[in-house]
Design a protein around this ligand. Sequence first.
Ligand SMILES: [Zn+2]
Length: 418
Amino acid sequence: MSVARTGMNQTNIQDLNRELLLNFLRSEGECARITLAKLSGLKQATVTNIINDFIRWGIVKEVGFLTGEKGRRSIGISLNKEEYGVIGIRITRKNYSFGLFNIAGEEIFSRISEDFTGVSAKEVFSHLLISVDQCIDEAGGRKILAIGVAIPGPYNRVTRRIELMTGASGWNEVPIEQELKNRYHIPIYIEQNANAAAVAQYWYNRDKLDDDLLVYVAAGQGIGAGIISDGELVRGSIGTAGEIGHTSIDMNGPKCICGNRGCLENYCSSIAFTRFLNERRRRRNSSGDSSSGSPETDRALTFREAAELVREGDEDAVAVYLECCDRLAVGVVNIINSFNPKYLMLGDEMSHVAPDLMLQRVRQRVRERTIPAIFESTNISLSVVEHDSMVNGAAIVAITDIFRHPADFFSDTQKKGE
Ligand SMILES: [Zn+2]
């Protein structure tokens, strides 16, 4: 289907109206046709036509009578949550997670893989394919419409490859999208993980957020940002906008594999935090100061253990965590000065260590380093999606496109991804 790029043609308008109604059905649950007309401002005849198509395709269904104003009864419509599903996958530097979602974006189940640290990307990917097979088996009769994948590191939308993943190699050799498409013959959506999380923040909180600029900062094993303007992701020319992990906070700092020096993510990712804390404990141990160290300080801590020490109030761990927050704040200041977002959300595993401590520290540092009027106009908060899951984000990237072009997925004449 080719759509004229100039102006708004009939197909555009029809897709926009369909998307509008699907989003109201999602937010309202069961809803009568007349209510949909009121909410959307569309003519009743238009709503009736669209809903008739939806029922024929199976994306929505009638659910008995609802009692409305003046006791009038009308037939309720709801999204068909039972028959269709979408799979969300999140790949990280050490493992992957995946889950099954209905077309309203509600999680049916999700799982996390074993730790694959040190295992080649190709091998991890072959495990992932088996997990997706199992996920489809467990979906029962539910038809899987699409798969969304959230990946770390810059994803080149032109070459369709991961360009770089600090701390894990080999992923740029794996043609994730093509392999999944060849195996499952359904549309595959690949999105950088911070972008996927930003989409999820917007989707789950649309009623609370206006369409002003939103930036989600993923402070995890890497550092990235997802930028949403007017409800749309800002992707940039080849799709790598928001790669703030590779903005420099020290032009003479250590060289990063991206080519730059002093890259932000080498100072405040969860990997960096764990490394800094281990180094500090080793130094303290070798200098013979055991005042705050346990006999075990020789053994390198994992991120999970380091996070636990912060929560227990361990002096070294808290100090290193706050240093990481300070560095992250420098990155946040750069984002705020570049984009002037109304909403800036902090998320991913570094924010889960001590959420309130991070929020308070980052706010404080940002206040010190920005023009007051800009600081005052920026809502800095923690992620509002429960568990902050990019698995959800990956699924919602796919569902967003299904809502945008439902005919491509449901009508008999057009099938996507074939
Ligand atoms: Zn870099």
